[in-house]
Design a binder for this molecule. Sequence first.
Ligand SMILES: Cc1ncc(C[n+]2csc(CCOP(=O)(O)OP(=O)(O)O)c2C)c(N)n1
Length: 355
Amino acid sequence: MADAIRVLTIDACERVGEGHWGTPLGAAEIATALFTRHLRFCPSDPTWFDRDRFVLSNGHGSMLLYALLYLTGYARVPIEAIKTFREIGSVCQGHPEREPEAGIEITTGMLGQGIANATGMAVAEAYLNHLLGPELVDHRTYALVGDGCLQEGIAHEAISLAGHLRLGKLTWIWDDNQIQDDGAVGQSISEDLEARFRAADWHVQRVDGHDIEAVAAAIEAAKHDPRPSLIACRTTIGRGVPGLEGTRYAHAGRLTRENTDAARASAGPTLRSRSPRTSSPPGAWPARAARPPTPPGPRASPPCRRSVAPSSIVFARVVFPRAGATRCGASRARRPGGASSGSPSRARSSTGSPG
Ligand SMILES: Cc1ncc(C[n+]2csc(CCOP(=O)(O)OP(=O)(O)O)c2C)c(N)n1
């Protein structure tokens, strides 16, 4: 899937000559680990209430999300939509914000807002899980986070709140490529970011962001920790484009035919063959014969569990478990009907293993 994300990104960005391709190429393995091993979603019912939430906080890398939605079979994102990348009115415009029916949960252009949104979503999940019970509400919230998101002031507030509330089902995956628009991240920040998270009582891991197995294992470990999780993934921005990868030009530089030819020449067979459609003018590409099926086997999303619309929720004060006070699993409230609900930070894994 990582190669397919790269092919789609290169094709789309070469066509329009721009498009923040560095993030999709750099985070292709991270996205593959998350979408094929962990994320619970339902392409045939994108707004299924108890889906896991995926927030693309570094929303400038929106081609990553469009490629994922196309490859996993969302009806609103066919290949024709990807061919209209960055066109006004397209579902695949540059910086989408919210279109859950198309699979776009939240992506933000304003750095930092996505992680704040994700934290709010995790608070909502914890609240509803506590109130209604895990049979109805039990999902996780993931955010892909860039360096710029973590530099924003709002990130401090979100980190602090998430640690305080012990939002154990919140995971931020940091695309730690050490590069941003103007150059090396080190030009503007030198603090120990991971220590910042630890100080706020987060679970922190560091992995090679191009190692799908390592990323998938880290996500699994995050599921089993009652604290919110940061997974710092060292990546190379624009990975696969010789001469540009790892540099600031990979953030959003112009992607020429020369660059993409070089990328294909140095890549594996999947990337090497240029699709005839790439050289065709917009609108002239042959339509896809059929939508891709929902991926089979272990990568398939579990069947959608329908949950009751939370229209009859009685709003009540929920006490979130805190370290040293009411720890994960130690505080179980009675919910309507007499059954004991899970605590907000009780982890649920797509494989059914306990949290
Ligand atoms: C609040 C805010 N300030 C500035 C920008 C402009 N901007 C867009 S992307 C970007 C750099 C982001 O760097 P990083 O998160 O490292 O992304 P990457 O280079 O890895 O794609 C900036 C400054 C913005 N979108 N929002």
